[in-house]
Design a binder for this molecule. Structure first.
Ligand SMILES: [Zn+2]
Length: 326
C-alpha cells in the first residue's frame, strides 16, 4: 500500500503534463505568489478543499508570517531538504511542530500523539482485544506489545497545559470527527494513493461509535493517559510555546523525519510544520495486528492514517496545506 502511495506522490507533486514529475518535485520552480502559480509549480491541497480543518492552527490566522517565505518553505520541504535520519521504525513522537526548551526534538518517526497514534489508530482499525475495556488498559497493552518487539515508545506534554498533546487531549473528539467526516477524510487520503473500501470505512466508523458510546472508555483526566504511557516506559518530551504550524509534511521517505530545528534556523522561529512520517504506519500496523492477516494489517494502517488526518482536522485550520515528500 505505501509503495503505491510513494509512486502516486511522485506524480502528484510534479507537473501534471510532463513525465519529469520526480525532477519537478525535487527542483520546484520559484513561485512569486499564490496568484502566479504556473503548471510547473507544485500545488498543494489544503484541508478546506476536503471540508476539513475545524481548528485554529494554520496560516490564515497568522499575522507574523510572509506568504512568499511560506511558499519557499513548502517547496524546500517537498524537495526533501529537511529530511534527516531516524533510528525507529514505528511512530514514536508527535506530529507537533514545536520543540523542547532547547529547540530540539527527538529524531524519531512522527504521528499524531506519538505512540498514541498506534494506540488510537490500532483501536479504530481492529487491533484491540476484549481485555481493552478502557483507554488506559488499551494504551498500556499496546505500549508493552511494541516494547516487546523492540520499539521505543513516546508521548509528550507542554509547559503550560495539563495535557499538552492535542491528539490525546481531544481523542474522543477525534473519534467523533471520524464518524462525521469519514468520507471527507477518505477523499483526502485517496489523493495520496490510500483507498478505503466501504467495508473498511464502515468498520472504522462503527468502532469509533462503539468507543464513544462505551461509558468510561475515555479517561476523564486526559493527562492520566500520558502518565500511564510513561509508567510503562514511554519517553516524555516537554514541548514549549504556542502552535505555529503552517502546513502538514506528509513524509514517505523511509527511515527519515523532518528537522524542525533546521526549518526554524532557515526561515525564522515562527515557521513550524506538522510532521507525519507515513512510511512508518505499515510496520506499526503489522506489529499490533492480532490476526497476522494482511487485510487486517492494511485496515489498521489505514486507520492510523485516518487518526492522523482527523487530528490535523480537529486541531488545524482549513488553510493548512499538505506537503508530500516522496
Ligand atoms: Zn501531540
Amino acid at each position: 500500500m505505501f509503495e503505491s502511495l510513494k509512486n502516486l506522490l511522485k506524480h502528484f507533486t510534479g507537473s501534471q503534463e510532463s513525465e519529469s514529475t520526480a525532477s519537478a518535485a525535487s527542483n520546484p520552480q520559484p513561485q512569486s505568489n499564490s496568484q502566479a502559480m504556473n503548471a510547473n509549480t507544485p500545488r498543494y491541497y489544503t484541508l478546506s478543499e476536503f471540508n476539513l480543518g475545524v481548528g485554529t492552527i494554520g496560516p490564515t490566522n497568522r499575522t507574523d508570517i510572509d506568504s512568499q517565505t511560506v511558499n519557499d518553505m513548502y517547496q524546500a520541504i517537498a524537495a526533501g531538504t529537511f529530511n534527516i535520519p531516524v533510528n525507529g521504525a514505528v511512530p514514536e513522537i508527535c506530529v507537533d511542530g514545536r520543540t523542547d526548551k532547547d529547540g530540539n526534538r527527538k529524531h524519531a518517526p512522527c504521528a499524531a500523539g506519538g505512540t498514541l497514534s498506534i494506540v488510537y489508530g490500532g483501536d479504530l482499525g481492529g487491533a484491540s482485544t476484549a481485555s481493552d475495556t478502557t483507554e488506559t488498559q488499551l494504551t498500556v497493552r499496546i505500549i508493552n506489545m511494541l516494547k516487546a518487539k523492540g520499539h521505543a515508545t513516546g508521548v509528550h506534554g507542554d509547559d503550560h497545559s495539563n495535557c499538552g498533546c492535542g491528539a490525546c487531549a481531544k481523542a474522543k473528539t477525534i473519534y467523533q470527527h471520524i464518524t462525521e467526516h469519514i468520507n471527507d477524510i477518505a477523499s483526502l487520503v485517496s489523493k495520496y494513493g490510500i483507498n478505503l473500501t466501504d467495508n473498511e470505512k464502515e468498520a472504522i466508523v462503527q468502532q469509533a461509535k462503539n468507543r464513544i458510546n462505551q461509558a468510561d472508555f475515555f479517561a476523564d483526566d486526559r493527562s492520566s493517559i500520558l502518565q500511564a504511557a510513561q509508567d510503562n516506559g514511554s519517553v516524555f518530551e516537554e514541548l514549549v510555546g504556542v502552535h505555529n504550524e503552517l502546513g502538514i509534511a506528509l513524509n514517505t521517505k523511509p527511515g527519515t523525519t523532518i528537522d524542525r530545528s533546521a526549518i526554524r534556523a532557515k526561515y525564522g522561529p515562527q515557521y513550524d510544520i506538522f510532521v507525519v512520517d507515513a512510511w512508518s504506519f505499515g510496520t506499526a500496523a503489522n506489529d499490533v495486528n492480532p490476526t497476522g492477516a494482511e487485510q487486517d494489517a492494511n485496515r489498521i494502517a489505514k486507520a492510523i492514517t485516518l487518526q492522523n488526518v482527523a487530528t490535523a482536522s480537529v486541531l488545524g485550520h482549513g488553510s493548512l496545506s499538505i506537503i508530500p515528500i516522496a
